[in-house]
Design a protein around this ligand. Structure first.
Ligand code: GDP
Ligand code: MG
Length: 445
């Protein structure tokens, strides 16, 4: 796997958290240290590393743990989210172009992988049903044209080169009448050892002549964080629209290269992961970070994070409860939320002063089946009864049971649950957690 070492370090740091008993300041600091070590080893810029880890720490300390997540899960989720942002966030996916011909121009230094990537991209588009042409405009290295020809032959793509002419614009102009029949045209250009004045001039001239839809900067991952300056200079001088980071397979410095490109604002579109023509991957920060951290474990967690009730929901509930307003409908939504979350513990964690109380797990857990019955019965009640279930006398209970088809016993149970919950709330209001604790653990709820 690409960046295997970084992935391993991140996974091991997180698994220590996952297997630990709880998250406290010490655990958080240790995780932060391990993240820093892992990222620095991957050649991520020191300043960026500290910005990232400070952000993670700040979020974990300041944010309430969302209902439905444990503190540990929240921490892991924050690490995931911040790493995704770090590598470009949720930018729009690279779409298979519809415009015809769609022209992509490759730029970059010597040996960065322009010609190889041109072939890989051609294959990528051909696999998706596009007719592709490759154009060689690297007039500085005699072997460059042959290399492109070879790449084209290997994948059965049309290649246009001209070894006689010495001016890339002239070459392009003689080729361009043929290009109308292609969906995607990939233009390979020359590089230099560094981004020199004359390379900028050459690229800008080619740019004006071919009017590309995309300019991809090809960067080799082994330059690590130096990619930042390079990407920025290319960006400022040639207006690149995307980056392809190559040789991700052969270096431990890829984290540095990726993060460096991401902060220049030029989206990383693809990564090269080998010398072969199929060794190209569409780059998506979410998927990439997911794999680094071990997506299998992460997926269910992220799913859970999405479903968890929001902090505002919980706050609303808390306010109502503290004011002593509590209707059957509130009970219902509370139960519904709890059945989603699994335990009362989450709500308690959100109530100031209650968070530290260790509650028996599933103290007030209800089964979904029962919730459904309750809901059905509640649909047959009047508004006044929902607001004050004490109005429900035996004959009303019988009527509701007949009307809804819910056994009278279940309705009585609902009322009993309501009374119990109301008592709990009174105790919370009275700020008597010990008494509440005793009640919850005594077993006779
Ligand atoms: P150019 O000068 O920018 O056109 O670079 P080339 O396409 O000629 O590539 C330079 C060298 O890098 C070649 O030996 C390629 O095989 C190698 N290369 C390109 N991309 C990758 C990659 O993603 N992984 C690995 N391992 N090697 C690559
Ligand atoms: Mg080349």
């Amino acid at each position: 796997m690409v960046l295997e070492k970084l992935g391993d370090s991140l996974k091991s740091a997180l698994s220590k958290i996952a297997h630990g008993l709880f998250v406290d300041e010490k655990v958080l600091n240790e995780l932060i240290k391990e993240l820093q070590r892992a990222l620095l080893q991957s050649d991520v810029n020191v300043k960026l590393v500290f910005e990232l880890t400070n952000k993670i720490k700040e979020r974990v300390q300041k944010e309430q743990t969302p209902a439905g997540l444990t503190k540990k899960e929240h921490l892991i989720n924050v690490v995931y989210e911040e790493l995704v942002k770090f590598l470009g966030g949720e930018l729009e996916d690279f779409k298979i172009p519809e415009k015809k011909p769609y022209i992509i121009m490759m730029v970059g230094l010597f040996g960065s992988g322009k010609t190889t990537t041109t072939g890989k991209l051609a294959k990528y588009f051909m696999k998706r049903g596009k007719k592709v042409a490759l154009i060689g405009l690297d007039i500085h290295r005699p072997a460059a044209m042959d290399q492109l020809m070879q790449v084209g032959k290997q994948i059965n793509a049309s290649v246009y080169i001209d070894k006689e002419k010495k001016d890339p614009i002239e070459i392009y102009e003689s080729i361009s009448p043929n290009l109308g029949k292609y969906d995607v045209v990939l233009v390979d250009t020359a590089g230099r050892d560094a981004l020199s004045e004359d390379l900028i001039e050459e690229l800008n001239n080619i740019h004006s002549a071919i009017q590309p839809d995309d300019i991809f900067l090809i960067i080799s991952a082994d330059i690590g964080q130096a990619a930042q300056k390079l990407a920025k200079t290319f960006h400022d001088n040639c207006g690149i629209t995307g980056v392809v980071v190559t040789k991700m397979d052969g270096t431990a410095k890829g984290g540095g290269a990726l993060s460096a490109c991401a902060i220049t604002g030029a989206p990383i579109r693809f990564i090269g992961v080998g010398e072969k023509v199929d060794d190209l991957e569409l780059f998506k920060p979410k998927g990439f970070v997911g794999r680094l951290l071990g997506m299998g474990d992460l997926e269910s967690l992220l799913e859970k994070a999405k479903e968890a009730i929001t902090e505002e929901d919980a706050k609303d509930m808390e306010k109502k409860m503290l004011k002593g307003e509590f209707s059957l409908l509130d009970l219902y939504s509370q139960m519904e939320a709890m059945s989603k979350m699994g335990s009362l513990g989450k709500i308690m964690e959100m109530i100031p002063g209650m968070g530290t109380l260790k509650l028996p797990k599933d103290a007030l857990k209800v089964q979904e089946g029962k919730l459904k019955l309750w809901k059905t019965a509640m649909n047959s009640m009047t508004k006044a009864e929902l607001e004050d279930p004490e109005l429900l006398n035996s004959s009303r209970i019988e009527r509701i049971s007949k009307g809804s088809g819910v056994p009278a016993g279940v309705i009585r149970e609902l009322i009993k649950q309501y009374r119990e919950s109301k008592k709990l709330i009174k105790m919370m209001k009275g700020g008597n957690p010990e008494k509440l604790m005793k009640k919850l653990t005594s077993g006779k709820r």
